[in-house]
Write a protein that binds this ligand. Structure first.
Ligand SMILES: NC(=O)c1ccc[n+]([C@@H]2O[C@H](COP(=O)([O-])OP(=O)(O)OC[C@H]3O[C@@H](n4cnc5c(N)ncnc54)[C@H](OP(=O)(O)O)[C@@H]3O)[C@@H](O)[C@H]2O)c1
Length: 281
């Protein structure tokens, strides 16, 4: 896929910024870098070769979504790759998490991604081609204490993407789920609210929340390497694009472990599962 238009959400920092920086250096490619505040996209100015568009976009704002999609279509006439990257986190126990904060996270991680995708799909359907890159997480496959609601957002992304992929397969539109483990971005720091437990029964989790905070920007994962992989997969592996792509050794280990154990567990209860159907006549 060369000479294509990429539209990315949340390019101020982290994965979005790494990917935008990489794409800005590719000739014959249109880059639409979006952010809540476009003054955070000055880093792109050194690369501007007339094929970069910087647009304001808060993914929780449907009017801005519609505007962005219209502006991209008007300027470039296509949207070939949508990268739903914008997202945030929330650390806290299930019982003590703040409902409003968690609801906002769902609005960004789940509804923002869904609304962007629904706005772009008519263009991709008309083209009969396109790739939707959805940022999930290893937390979309595997659950961790103090991340229950973040897990919930990413499991939702996984479920929606798996279904969507089947609906758009015959239209030659692909869905790629990115499932990173810990990467050096702002996610664990400024982009994740932390609710330290106040209940004595949950005190053991305070330390892990504080550790995650302290570990921000020291994670194993390199967002620039992730950007190279995403670009390479979409550009050179369109025909064979996997639905799921764990990124980082920890993510790969956890994904394999989860599915291996799940498979063994499902086989173990196979007879019980089957016995719930009406007897075959
Ligand atoms: N880093 C990791 O370890 C990790 C692991 C697995 C998955 N992920 C996922 O990777 C994606 C990118 O996060 P990151 O790691 O690169 O963290 P990051 O550096 O904190 O970047 C998050 C980006 O999302 C943007 N954003 C937040 N709310 C938004 C909204 N309402 N509308 C538009 N943009 C919004 C932020 O913009 P502002 O600058 O305006 O806040 C920022 O550009 C997220 O979906 C995250 O869940 C990260």
């Amino acid at each position: 896929m060369a000479n294509k238009t990429w539209l990315i959400t949340g390019t101020s920092t982290g994965f979005g910024r790494s990917l935008a920086t990489l794409l800005a250096q590719k000739p014959n490619l249109n880059l639409v870098a979006t952010a809540r505040h476009t003054d955070q996209l000055d880093y792109l100015d050194q690369y501007d070769h007339g094929q970069i568009q910087k647009l304001t976009l808060d993914v929780t704002n449907q009017d801005e979504i519609n505007q962005v999609v219209k502006q991209v279509n008007d300027r470039f006439g296509s949207i070939d790759v949508l990268v739903n990257n914008a997202g945030l986190g929330y650390f806290g126990t299930f019982e003590e998490s703040d409902r409003d904060a968690v609801e906002y996270m769902f609005n960004v991680n789940v509804w923002g991604l869904a609304d962007m995708t629904r706005a772009v799909l008519p263009t991709m359907r008309q083209q009969r081609s396109g790739v939707i890159v959805n940022f999930s997480s290893i937390a979309g496959l595997f659950s961790f204490p103090t991340l229950s609601f973040y897990n919930g957002t990413k499991y939702a992304v996984e479920g929606m993407s798996e279904s969507l992929a089947q609906e758009v397969k015959d239209l030659n539109i692909k869905v790629l789920l990115i499932e990173p483990s810990g990467f050096r971005t702002d996610w664990a720091g400024r982009s994740s609210q932390k609710a330290l437990p106040t209940t004595t029964d949950y005190q053991q989790f305070a330390e892990s929340i504080e550790q995650n905070n302290a570990n921000a920007h020291h994670e194993a994962g390199d967002p620039d390497a992730a950007a190279e992989i995403i670009y390479d997969q979409v550009t050179n592996n369109y025909a064979q694009l996997p639905l799921r792509l764990p990124l980082g050794k920890f993510a790969s280990d956890m994904a394999i472990d989860k599915y291996t154990k799940s498979l063994a567990g499902f086989k173990q209860v196979r007879d019980i599962s089957v016995s719930a159907d009406q007897p075959e006549k």
